[in-house]
Design a protein around this ligand. Structure first.
Ligand SMILES: Cc1cc2nc3c(=O)[nH]c(=O)nc-3n(C[C@H](O)[C@H](O)[C@H](O)COP(=O)(O)OP(=O)(O)OC[C@H]3O[C@@H](n4cnc5c(N)ncnc54)[C@H](O)[C@@H]3O)c2cc1C
Length: 447
């Protein structure tokens, strides 16, 4: 059973989607204040890793720990939680969408974790830079969300056979969230009681030995750009590898290693069609949730995923929600190629599809999933790294993210768990009485 209260994020109405204007501002107008003496962790990035880090810190950290999260986007999203929603619009058939429930997952289509206890010889084993205990904890986390009615396991045969989908005879299990994967991130952050600052980009992180970490950045708001500065006892940088090297000065061998991590790139095109297309779309998918178009060829369009399958919204009048994914390395500028591919798939003219198109959005994932992960690099960093997160030597700055192990929920969970262990060890070394910090921000662009 799905409980209504699970959908209540009244604390976050200003944080989900849209611009920051007309919503609660992401930054205080001006402030220059002595902060309390409580210990503080600043998390940069509210993607899956950052949201998990915040949540695990709240669960495992000391009482009263301050958790602040800076996210440059307008809602907690990243590659896992990116969502696009259909706005209220009149439909061609005279009906009207109220905008609710009409979302698509624009990044990850499913939550993937290793099924511990499945009988597969590698299920729950240590390897690929993750420990058996973290893999097991991840599986318990997923099972907890299933028990709460947040996740539903996807029958594997409903998912397309693609080169990046991890189908290894029962090793992985894949799940949907009937409100979209972004819902899980909002929930993680909500439960963490973290101070979430949206539209805030971290630009430089510095640490002076014996002192605190200072993070500088900029905030986008209704009144224009403003500079931000915050101090924290520990900073966890939960951003992709190319972003991490931009904001923190790393020892050369660490920077070189991280720069060697490579990701593929793809485009996702969200397509909303008038409900009259429900029948032909259902016929084309034949009970599947994904159709792979280029498995044996090099077409521009790779995969089409049917979002209505995730929340079973097949009722008369339900808008048809599709996401068309490009082939690796292909960048689509608009909905044109997606409509052409759908025209072939559905056996309908592209002109008719264009006529029935209600809304669309293109997201170009320049950083998508890893094709050259950390473990494939030849580096002496392995000697320093026993876990999928790295504490920058001599500082309480911790690098976390899927790039240390795996582009998946499992990879992010294991990295977040490791980062939290390192953060808590660092906080124990630095008792609260010794910390004194200032938080400043100004709207005139100068600190
Ligand atoms: C197309 C696609 C398909 C996928 N399929 C699956 C799948 O089937 N199953 C699965 O489990 N996983 C899948 N994944 C992988 C999964 O989504 C990623 O592993 C995961 O989202 C990585 O999370 P992250 O938090 O480490 O990084 P990100 O999601 O990239 O989050 C980083 C966040 O940091 C923010 N940020 C960056 N720089 C700054 C800065 N300077 N200041 C402030 N904020 C900053 C970004 O805006 C972003 O929100 C897929 C991903 C993609 C893109």
């Amino acid at each position: 059973m799905f409980r209504k209260s699970l959908l209540d994020f009244s604390w976050l109405p200003w944080a989900v989607g849209g611009s920051l204007c007309n919503r609660r501002p992401a930054t205080r107008a001006t402030c220059d204040c002595e902060e309390s003496e409580r210990q503080r962790v600043l998390v940069v990035g509210a993607g899956l890793t950052g949201c998990l880090v915040s949540n695990l810190l709240r669960r495992q950290g000391p009482p009263g720990l301050e958790i602040e999260v800076w996210e440059r986007a307008t809602y907690p999203s990243g590659r896992f939680g990116a969502t696009f929603s259909f706005e209220k619009k009149p439909l061609r058939n005279g009906g009207r969408s109220d905008g609710t429930g009409n979302w698509v997952d624009l990044g990850a289509q499913v939550l993937s974790a290793v099924e511990v206890g499945s009988g597969h010889p590698n299920a729950g084993a240590t390897g690929h830079n993750v420990s058996a205990s973290d893999v097991a904890a991840c599986w318990r986390e997923v099972q907890g969300m299933v028990d709460e009615g947040l996740l539903e396991r996807v029958p594997e045969e409903m998912l397309a056979e693609t080169e990046e989908r991890m189908k290894y005879e029962g090793l992985w299990a894949h799940f949907w969230c009937r409100w979209g994967l972004g819902y899980l991130l909002r929930r993680y952050i909500s439960q963490a009681s973290a101070h979430l600052r949206l539209g805030v980009r971290a630009e430089a992180i510095a640490f002076e030995r014996g002192g605190q970490v200072t993070v500088r950045g900029s905030a986008r708001g209704c009144g224009g750009a403003s500079s931000m500065q915050a101090q924290a006892d520990v900073v966890i940088l939960a951003v992709p590898a190319p972003d991490a090297v931009k904001v923190v000065q790393l020892p050369r061998h660490v920077a070189n290693t991280i720069s060697g991590i490579e990701y593929d790139s793809r485009t996702a095109v969200a397509i909303f069609f008038d409900p009259v297309l429900q029948e032909p779309v259902a016929r084309a998918f034949q009970g599947l949730a994904e159709v792979s178009l280029d498995i044996h060829s090099k077409e521009e369009v790779h995969l089409v995923s049917w979002q209505n399958a995730k929340d079973k919204s097949f009722a008369h009048g339900d808008i048809v929600r599709l996401v068309v994914h490009s082939a690796e390395g292909v960048s689509l500028n608009g909905p044109g190629p997606a409509l052409e591919a759908l025209s072939v798939m559905l056996g309908l003219s592209a002109a008719l599809l264009e006529h029935l198109l209600l809304d669309w959005k293109v997201v170009d994932w320049k950083v998508c999933q890893m094709v050259r992960p950390f473990e494939s690099l030849q580096t002496d960093l392995e000697l320093e790294l026993s876990e999928p997160a790295l504490r920058v030597s001599g500082s309480p700055i911790i690098l976390a993210g899927d790039y240390w192990c795996q582009s998946s929920f499992l990879g992010c969970f294991c990295s977040a768990s490791a980062a939290v262990r390192q953060a808590l060890a660092s906080l124990r070394r630095c008792p609260p009485e010794t910390s004194s910090r200032r938080n400043t921000c100004s709207t005139d662009g100068h600190l």
